[in-house]
Design a protein around this ligand. Sequence first.
Ligand code: NAD
Length: 383
Amino acid sequence: MGVTTVTDVQTGRPDEGVVAAGVLARLFRSEQGGHEQVVLCQDRASGLKAVIAVHSTALGPALGGTRFHAYASDEEAVADALNLSRGMSYKNALAGLDHGGGKAVIIGDPDTLKSEELLLAYGRFVASLGGRYVTACDVGTYVADMDVVARENRWTTGRSVEQGGAGDSSVLTAFGVFQGMRAAAGSQWGVPTLRGRRVGVAGVGKVGHHLVEHLLDDGAEVVITDVRGEAVDTVLARHPRVTAVRDNEALVRAPLDVYAPCALGGALDDATAAVLTATVVCGAANNQLAHPGVEKDLADRGILYAPDYVVNAGGVIQVADELHGFDFDRAKAKATKIYDTTAAIFERARADGVPPAVAADRLAEQRIADRTAAAHWLRPAAS
Ligand SMILES: NC(=O)c1ccc[n+]([C@@H]2O[C@H](COP(=O)([O-])OP(=O)(O)OC[C@H]3O[C@@H](n4cnc5c(N)ncnc54)[C@H](O)[C@@H]3O)[C@@H](O)[C@H]2O)c1
């Protein structure tokens, strides 16, 4: 979601009043908005400037990570928090979690601004929401940071194992993506296995390299690519049956049954949708669709797209479990259900005649609306 920029004729810089008005319009009036609460936080002593956006608590306390990023403007940071928190409502709803959607952003370059003092100040703002918002790691924040934030409140997940947390979430993220891929195989080829299929994994970092292992165990042929040579070498050394190609462009043009984007967002653009040989797309990366409409182009070419936020929910399932005293087996059992949810989305897409990305949004909205209606029903009638 971009911020509307209007230039001030006198200074030549973006007119902040107009930009801020655009953000407020999005918050209160836009169909993309509907947020319950947005908190602007400042601690001058540590340099903290943060935005905590609570999109919805219809299903329970809002859950979503803290992004630490040097935004081009404060307004862009607010817009990002609004957008990301809304996405978390949908993700948490379809992950079967009793959590609404929330997200926080800390404004600034984490390499220069991050300090213990700043993280503690941020932790006090999370505490001030009294549990309406539960935080976790995101881009620019790590397990060690969450251990610091947690010193100020009870609503911080993504902590280290030593501090009672779940540690690295990529294990269950990869497991969940694999479950989603099995469901896609079942829908496309009638059997929920990748045995004998050729799967291309773009990005073999934390999630991608675990996914490769699930695929090999299931009997798939795996082709990988990564911009980091050492990431490729590590996988090839451990798994001699895996092959590598030069780059992502070579991967999408190679003969594949499944394409698994596990690097950055925007992997599915017009050019990729036009040349992709795979007939299933299922990977861990967030925001894979470069723009609205790509999901329809994929469907028109007979390519089954497993919505990213559905299949990569293993990580949020893992951190949500921390609130109950982390139990890996319990979290894994919940992540296994990503198979059923993905299969249900494909069924709904077929029934409604829409791409799976649209069907996923409809199912998420239905779960949120059902719970909201139930909550109203429980309240005493107005006299
Ligand atoms: N880690 C999690 O639990 C989790 C949960 C949900 C979603 N995700 C998403 O999954 C994706 C991967 O996450 P991760 O934790 O494995 O990150 P990571 O940084 O460990 O791995 C990403 C890998 O992609 C590679 N890469 C970057 N650009 C590339 C390109 N153009 N072509 C090929 N390779 C490229 C990087 O070199 C790196 O090895 C991200 O989009 C992330 O937001 C991760």
